[in-house]
Design a protein around this ligand. Structure first.
Ligand SMILES: *[C@@H]1O[C@H](CO)[C@@H](O)[C@H](O)[C@H]1NC(C)=O
Ligand SMILES: *[C@@H]1O[C@H](CO)[C@@H](O)[C@H](O)[C@H]1NC(C)=O
Length: 288
């Protein structure tokens, strides 16, 4: 207990410009109306008791009420209907150690309370946890650290490849092209971003003429793969990244929507080894 006080005191000193707050994580949340949804859900999943366990310390990535409102209605109703899923989602937000931002490392996976992994990313001045931006970090409390996030963190269901292969209805043309060019192995990176054109995007692309050789197809496909995880929340207008084809992708943001080389994307799909951005167009490196 004494050692824990010492640790938290040290964290409070290291965390920039914050007064010591001797409230517990649960008491802090209960005192701030923007966390009322989270408090209710923690209670129904019996995790409020876990967070109050004597002597234990935690890091909580705390979604605001707005974050819960941003969840799609279908996801929210799935979570509400399944106590097991609710508990899994909530535990994705909790680490069983005190973790302030100076200890964050880009693209590092941290063990969560549920036994899953949470990816932390540092982008210039924005930090993300599981793809959700941290809007207020390093609130050091009596039994741990709280970081406010602007989205609910959803535990990924599989790696990038699995998620694409699972969804024939949307990505059949992409997987077919990756298979014929032997590029499926290139989707096994530890940390990666895949810009995944929908079947409709490929139909549009092929309607302008079929590729004439394999080199052209390979170059086009590798132009959709980036080494490293770039969530929408970590990208700002003017950023660019180099793809595995060696070409640059240029980003703009329209609110929370990501636009790549002038083409709209349709949301992040979270994966254990990175993120997928659903594309409404093929990113042709020859620039048409
Ligand atoms: C493949 O096709 C592209 C585009 O038509 C062309 O520029 C390139 O030289 C071709 N490469 C080979 C190896 O034939
Ligand atoms: C991806 O980046 C990591 C870390 O910078 C590096 O070790 C790895 O070789 C890269 N992989 C590819 C395919 O570029």
């Amino acid at each position: 207990m004494k050692a824990m006080r010492g640790l938290l005191l040290t964290l409070a000193v290291l965390a920039p410009a914050r007064a010591l707050d001797f409230r517990s994580i649960m008491t802090y949340l209960q005192g701030d109306p923007q966390f009322s949804v989270l408090v209710g859900l923690l209670h129904s999943a019996h995790l409020d008791v876990v967070l109050e366990a004597p002597g234990a310390i935690f890091t909580l990535f705390a979604p605001t009420n707005t974050a819960f409102q941003n969840l799609s209605p279908s996801v929210m109703s799935q979570i509400s209907a399944s106590p097991a899923l609710l508990q899994k989602v909530l535990m994705t937000h909790v680490l069983d150690s005190a973790f302030i931002s100076i200890f964050f490392k880009n693209d590092r996976l941290e063990q969560t309370l549920g036994g899953g992994r949470l990816r932390i990313n540092l982008y210039g001045h924005t930090y993300t946890a599981g793809g959700a931006a941290i809007t207020q970090g390093d609130i050091v409390l009596r039994n741990g650290v709280l970081h406010v996030v602007d989205n609910v963190i959803l535990p990924p269901e599989g790696d990038v490849l699995t998620q694409i292969l699972m969804d024939d209805a949307e990505f059949e043309d992409l997987t077919a092209a990756l298979a014929v060019t032997n590029l499926l192995d290139d989707l096994e990176l530890d940390s990666m971003t895949l810009f995944a054109p929908l079947n409709t995007a490929f139909q549009e692309y092929y309607s302008h003429g079929l590729p004439t050789n394999m080199t052209q197809v390979t170059d086009m496909l590798l132009n959709h793969v980036v080494n490293g995880t770039y969530y929408t929340a970590g990208i700002k207008t003017g950023d660019s990244v180099r793809t595995l084809s060696g070409h640059q992708l240029h980003f703009t943001k329209n609110g929370n929507k990501l636009i790549v080389n002038g083409h709209a994307t349709d949301g992040d799909i979270f994966a254990t080894n990175g993120v997928i951005h659903v594309m409404t167009a093929v990113l042709d490196p020859s620039g048409t």
